[in-house]
Structures are given as structure tokens and as C-alpha cells.
Write a protein that binds this ligand. Structure first.
Ligand code: PEP
Ligand code: MN
Length: 362
């Protein structure tokens, strides 16, 4: 099994005896770890370095005289930028998502019919998208809402995407559907509501396709990255994180776009990070301003909802862009991409150009 070094600090209570300290040090060395005792005037702390799997079983909190046990190193390893110091590029078909490019993913929120999907995907292409999106299996808050067309929807999107010669991403909501979806989709999406569905994360990871992992509605950045670690642990490192707004007390937007999450996550993980301005704001008029914010803050891409007739959309009509928005979106993205020193991501057979080219700190 692969060794994962970790650093922890055991803080002893002010009145802890030498015997209490000794018991902790002995327990740590018995499992093969190293302990470093630092005695202050009133309190003693014990630094601990070793393999996490050794300490996981030690109930250090329960030892006499122990006040607190603090983990210093991050719990994620494979997706951490300590293990991989260059930002990674994930390929969806022949399209890169990474630090040098700006990738636009667009399409309908849900696949409703062939006609609607063709129209929405053509709009996406016209806006400059190089990857399509569309939900066939929809995770809806209400059981009475449209649940998606399921496999029939997947087939429609697959046909439309192949006709347009574009790769596509689609959500999978249950482990039982992973094989079916992975057989056709170029990238599998884990939705916000399933971010901590660990069985689904493992199944999707094992499918071997690139994964788009949305941030949970109330997930901290560490929890989100840990969900990515679950996928990475299956051996699949083709993971893209997606900030899609979080639940706050503010009711005027559907969710609050956490723009800070982009640079914060980029400082912790080598995985690419994209932003979903559609599900963040939940309103058409907010999509362009939030797109500008996302690019300005350093997002590696965007995923945007569009619909030919939002007034009759079966899902998320209020946030869908319409034809009249496309030109402005295209121009906004091109202008902001240039300002942020990125190239719009296009399909390329030369995978070296966008891979591992810039250190994380740059
Ligand atoms: C979606 O992208 O269609 C979707 C349901 O998004 P989220 O999981 O972020 O709510
Ligand atoms: Mn939606």
C-alpha cells in the first residue's frame, strides 16, 4: 500500500504529567511514527510525523492529558499540488481543460427532445463552445419535476454531439447508470447534490473517463477537493473541479458564486477548475457578469446553459442564454481570455502544447 506522510500536533493540557506525555510518545513510536516533544512553560506539544494509516487507528484524543489533536498536512494527496507541482490538463476528446487555455462547455440544462437539443447545441457551438453539455439524468429537488429522458436523452445528445463532431459531458446520478453513460459520454459529471456520494465517486472514477466534479451546495473547499481525492484514489486523475455557487443567506441569487474558491483551490490542487455562472446566479442577466468575474479570477473554463426557447424549458429556463446573447458571450469570452493571457481551447491532436507547461506558483 502506498505510504502517505502526514504531520500532526498533539497539544497536551496545561496540567499534563510527564507520564501522560510519555504514554503518547510511546504509542506513536509503537506504530512506527516519530514524535518530537516541545515543552513550554505551561504546556507541552508533541509533533508527529509518519504514515497516516498508522495514526488513523490511534485514539489520541482519548489519551490522558491530551487537549487537542491537530492535523497540519492536508488530507488529500494525489490531487494536491504537493504531489504534482504543475497544474494538470484534462483532455475531453481532443479538447484541453487546463491552466493555459480557457475552455467553454455549453448546451442545454436538460435534453428535452431532439429538436431542442440540436438547437441548443448549435447555439453552444456558435458561442464558441468546444465541448457540449446536457443532462439526460436530472437530479431534481422535487420528485414531481422533469427527471430527464434517461437513456433516450443520452442517445439524443450522443447523436447530436457526434453530428457536430464535438465531445460532450453529461451527469450520472447513480452507480447503476455509470456503465451506460460512460459507454457514450466523453466526460462524466458528478452534480452538486452528489458531491459526497462516495460510491458514485468510486464507480465514476473506475469508468476511466474524465470527470467533472461540481462543488456541493454547502461543501467547504477541502471537502470538495477530498471528493476529488476519492476519484483519484481509483487511479483516475482526469478530474476537473467546478465551482457552481454555494448556499448562503442571500436570496436574490440562486446561489452565491464563490469567486475566491478558484484561486484558493488552485493553490491547493493541480486539478483544473472551471466555473458555472448559470447555476450560480440562476438568472440570464447574471451569466455574462459572472462569466467576466470567473475569467478574471483565473478559472480554466466555463460551463453555460443555453436554450432555444427558455420560456418552455423543462428545467432551469430562467438562467438559459438565448440566441441574442450569443454574440456578446462570444466577444466577452474572447476579450477576457486575451486579457488573462489564455488561449481559447480548441480541439488539437497535439496534446503536448497544453500539458504541464507552467508551475503552480506562476
Ligand atoms: C447541472 O449542471 O445540470 C446541474 C444540475 O448542476 P448542479 O449539480 O451544479 O446543480
Ligand atoms: Mn440546470
Amino acid at each position: 500500500m502506498h505510504r502517505e506522510d502526514t504531520t500532526m500536533v498533539v497539544v497536551m493540557r496545561p496540567g499534563a504529567s510527564d507520564g501522560d506525555v510519555h504514554k503518547v510518545v510511546k504509542a506513536i513510536s509503537e506504530v512506527g511514527g516519530e514524535a518530537f516533544v516541545s515543552r513550554g512553560k505551561h504546556q507541552t506539544i508533541i509533533g508527529l510525523v509518519g504514515d497516516i494509516s498508522q495514526f488513523a487507528e490511534l485514539p489520541l484524543h482519548a489519551f490522558p492529558g491530551v487537549e487537542d489533536v491537530i492535523r497540519v498536512s492536508k488530507p488529500y494527496k494525489l490531487v494536491s499540488n504537493e504531489s504534482q507541482p504543475h497544474p494538470s490538463t484534462v483532455w475531453v476528446g481532443d479538447v484541453p481543460i487546463g491552466r493555459d487555455t480557457l475552455t467553454l462547455i455549453a448546451g442545454p440544462c436538460a435534453v428535452e427532445s431532439e429538436e431542442q437539443t440540436v438547437a441548443a447545441c448549435r447555439m453552444a457551438r456558435e458561442a464558441g463552445a468546444t465541448i457540449l453539455r446536457g443532462g439526460a439524468y436530472k437530479p431534481r429537488t422535487s420528485p414531481y419535476a422533469f427527471q430527464g429522458l434517461g437513456e433516450a436523452g443520452l442517445d439524443i445528445l450522443h447523436t447530436v454531439a457526434r453530428d457536430l463532431a464535438m465531445p460532450f459531458v453529461t451527469e450520472v446520478v447513480t452507480p447503476a447508470d455509470v456503465e451506460t453513460v460512460a459507454a457514450k459520454a466523453d466526460m462524466l459529471q458528478i452534480g452538486a447534490r452528489n458531491m459526497q456520494n462516495f460510491q458514485l465517486l468510486k464507480e465514476v472514477g473506475m469508468a476511466g473517463k474524465p470527470v467533472l466534479l461540481k462543488r456541493g451546495l454547502t461543501a467547504t473547499i477541502d471537502e470538495w477537493i477530498m471528493a476529488g481525492e476519492y476519484i483519484a484514489h481509483t487511479g483516475n486523475l482526469q478530474i476537473v473541479l467546478c465551482e457552481r455557487g454555494i448556499r448562503t443567506y442571500e436570496p436574490s441569487t440562486r446561489n452565491t458564486l464563490d469567486v475566491s474558491a478558484v484561486p484558493v483551490a488552485q493553490s491547493l490542487t493541480h486539478l483544473p477548475i472551471i466555473v458555472d455562472p448559470s447555476h450560480s446566479g440562476g438568472k440570464r442577466d447574471l451569466v455574462l457578469p459572472l462569466t467576466r468575474a470567473a475569467i478574471a479570477v483565473g478559472a480554466d473554463g466555463l460551463i453555460i446553459d443555453m436554450h432555444p426557447r427558455p420560456e418552455v424549458a423543462l428545467c432551469d429556463g430562467p438562467q438559459a442564454l438565448v440566441r441574442e446573447d450569443l454574440l456578446q458571450l462570444r466577444e466577452t469570452i474572447a476579450r477576457f481570455a486575451e486579457v488573462s493571457g489564455r488561449e481559447l481551447a480548441h480541439p488539437t491532436s497535439d496534446r503536448r502544447t497544453a500539458t504541464w507547461s507552467r508551475p503552480v506558483s506562476a
